[in-house]
Ligand binder design. Structure first.
Ligand code: ATP
Length: 694
């Protein structure tokens, strides 16, 4: 392995752009010779970590020890800079120097655990830290608050697990020994993710296998944890969640009833018209329907019903419709219950947990009933709180739970860290409200999609297209297929199964055991295709996944980035195909931007589509009367849920592609053959073929 190779593998998980960093590569090549697996080659000596530098949070920021003045220090600083630039690491604040190799961890904490940890890492094939690991580990070991943003599949899990374990061990061995109690806590949005992190190459502490036992490092879901930390608050939260969930279910039920009533009337009206046409008007009148009532049915209602019911071809159905109801109900709530922020958030946590974790209030209660009561978990010694997939935790409305947990963790040396591939400004602002002076480490393009994934958008009839992609071998298993709802997941799964494909299914509608089984079967290759809701969109690491198919267009670019990040992980390449329909038009421009920045090609006309917020403003500006409202609801319901997908799906891809831009509202007609291309970033670098969007 030559110096450039070593350098490249330091950047595992991100694509290394040799063109852009040509100067740096040359530096690395110069006189580097061969280097050992855990060394940075001579020509660009990595920053020398001074002994004791990572030793303890109490030592203060490690960079303090880099007293400027000597030639060696200048060289060190230069090397830090060089490393950061080459690995596209952007440290902000007085970050300690990056970790060159895992051997340096021997200086941090405890020799015996470091030795075990290194042994286990080597056995797992982890010889060097990834860029996020190299910079985040020293920050956390120095006891600093941290915002860590790095692409999907870049090794963030070990970036927080290693310091958690070292810190816990260090505190345990301290004299006098720190009192018992959890020392490091990792909050994750789903049970699957908790289980996965706990299974990570055992870095030496077998008790780090997340449960509420007496452990030093605990991995948990906030909804569950709050039960263990503060049963009183948890009780109140449960009651609030239950009330919010009930209210939401009631709204959903009422709306569904209304739609069914209208549907029934419409059917009767159609029946009567048919009878009239057949010259049997008398019989129709004998039916005794009140004509005036029927007038209530309008074309807007048709549209709404379309959205409720989904398309004729069975692409969508009640579930999508009722989910759209749900959305609309929440939209309505925004007006009426804007002041009840807490209950909205709880309701969001409860409903979102449908797709993230099965911790609905009822299930929680039954679990608590089944388990022997536990003593409240002691967080008084907590020194490190990690929020993994932090933006998702807040998106799911876990703010009250995180607050309750923080309130039970009073230690003055508590460090908090937010990790994600995407950390929108709003979440960063929230984070900064609890951490006044955090360090920030960004790897690659902030909030960008992994460049290791060749991405493409496809306008096509979904069931057929998926089968063709799998049957033709264009997509090689294992493949993850994302859909928007449990019902949809069930239908797609059934179709593939009938087709003789080894397909599995996972959604929040299943029991814990079924979910575990689905993940295990996919991991060991018993199933080749796994149909999943967004439950699996975050953080899940199936290293061998070759491709991701977004059967339903994701709701946001953030969801998109995480979904497609299930492939192309840890330096591997992958493919992501996203199906879209006419109803997804409002999302395409933003998706096209993400795809372009990650280095894949997209058709230029997509950049001529109106921005989603402009569309929304126009739509909201126009809406006024009840009819507008109904039409809006219909459209909102159809968008992204496949609600009206049938109309689009009936248009074959080939036939529609020529007038597709206009159909979707692109502003400029695009000259033949003129296509948008990816920026230079991903180009030229070895990687997968980058197909054009179809
Ligand atoms: N130092 C390393 N060397 C090689 N592989 C590594 C290293 N660290 C982690 N990995 C592997 O990289 C893969 C991705 O890691 P991980 O799941 O932590 O990614 P992530 O950044 O958390 O992604 P996501 O944002 O999707 O959650 C895993 O399979 C992990 O085992």
């Amino acid at each position: 392995m030559d110096a450039a190779d070593i350098f490249q593998s330091l950047g595992v998980g991100i694509k290394f752009d040799q063109k852009r960093f040509g100067r740096d590569v040359a530096l690395f090549k110069r006189g580097s010779g061969t280097a050992g697996p855990n060394e940075i080659p001579n020509g660009a000596k990595g920053p020398t970590a001074k002994k004791g530098q990572l030793k303890s949070a109490e030592d203060g920021p490690a960079r303090d020890q880099q007293v400027a003045g000597t030639k060696e220090d200048d060289d060190d600083l230069e090397a830090v800079e060089l490393f950061s630039r080459a690995a596209k690491v952007e440290p902000e604040g007085d970050c300690p120097p990056p970790l060159r190799n895992f051997d340096e961890l021997r200086d941090a904490g405890d020799e015996s655990i470091a030795a075990r940890l290194l042994g286990n890492m080597a056995a797992a094939g982890f010889h060097r830290p990834t860029p996020i690991q190299s910079q985040a580990i020293p920050c956390l070991l120095a006891g600093r608050d941290l915002l860590a943003i790095a692409p999907t599949g870049s090794g963030k899990t070990l970036a927080f697990l290693i310091p958690s374990l070292l810190l816990a061990r260090r505190l345990k061995r301290a004299r006098p020994a720190t009192p018992p109690g959890v020392k490091a806590l990792v909050l994750t949005p789903t049970r699957e993710l908790t289980a996965q992190s706990a299974r990570h190459p055992d870095p030496g502490d077998r008790r780090a296998r997340g449960d509420f036992a007496r452990v030093d490092v605990l991995l948990a879901n906030p909804l569950r944890l709050v039960e263990a930390v503060d049963p009183g608050t948890a009780g109140e939260m449960r009651a609030r969640i239950a009330r919010a969930t009930e209210a939401k279910a009631e709204r959903k039920r009422r709306r569904k009833e209304r739609v069914l009533r209208k549907k029934d009337k419409a059917a009767k009206k159609r029946q009567r018209q048919a009878l009239r046409r057949a010259g049997q008007a008398q019989e129709a009148e004998a039916d005794g329907e009140d004509e005036s009532e029927e007038e209530a049915w309008s074309s807007d209602d048709e549209e709404e019903l379309d959205a409720e019911e989904g398309s004729d071809d069975g692409e969508s159905g009640d579930e999508e419709g009722s989910k759209a109801d749900d959305d609309q109900a929440s939209e309505d709530d925004d007006d009426s219950e804007a002041d009840d922020q807490d209950s909205e958030a709880d309701s969001e946590a409860a409903s979102s947990s449908d797709d993230s974790d099965s911790d609905t209030p009822g299930q929680n209660e039954s679990k608590l009933g089944a388990d022997p009561p536990r003593p409240a978990l002691d967080l008084s010694q907590l020194r490190l709180l990690i929020l993994d997939e932090a933006d998702k935790l807040f998106d799911l409305g876990f703010t009250p739970q995180v607050d309750a947990i923080l309130a039970k963790a009073p230690h003055p040396q508590l460090a908090r860290a937010f990790f994600s591939a995407t950390l929108p400004d709003a979440v960063e602002t929230l984070a900064r409200s609890v951490m006044p002076d955090p360090l920030r480490v960004t790897v690659g393009r902030r909030g960008g999609a992994a460049e290791s994934v060749a991405q493409r958008l496809k306008f096509a009839g979904k069931p057929l297209a998926l089968r063709q992609l799998l049957r033709s071998g264009e997509l090689r298993p294992p493949v993850l297929v994302f859909v928007d709802s449990r019902d949809r997941a069930g239908r797609v799964h059934e179709e593939l199964r009938l087709d003789g494909l080894r397909a599995g299914l996972i959604s929040a509608g299943q029991s814990d055991a079924q979910r575990e089984e689905a993940v295990a079967a996919f991991r060991k290759g018993a199933t080749w295709v796994l149909i999943a809701t967004d439950l699996l969109g975050r953080g899940m690491d199936f290293p061998g996944v070759n491709a991701v198919v977004n059967y339903d267009c994701p709701r946001t670019t953030i969801d998109y980035i995480h979904r497609i990040g299930r492939t192309g992980r840890a330096g591997r390449t992958g493919t992501a195909i996203t199906f879209f329909t006419e109803d997804d038009a409002p999302k395409l421009r933003a998706l096209a931007n993400v795809i372009k920045h990650a280095g894949s090609d997209v058709p230029a006309w997509m950049f001529g589509l109106e921005k989603e917020d402009k569309r929304r403003k126009k739509r909201d500006g126009k809406s006024g009367g009840a009819k507008d409202g109904a039409a809006r609801r219909g459209k909102a319901a159809g968008r992204g849920r496949g609600g009206r997908a049938g109309r689009v799906e009936r248009v074959t891809a080939r036939k529609s592609s020529s007038n597709l831009p206009r159909k979707l509202g692109a502003r400029k007609p695009i000259a033949k053959g003129k296509r948008g291309g990816g920026r230079g970033r991903g180009r030229g670098a070895p990687g997968p073929r980058r197909p054009s969007a179809k």
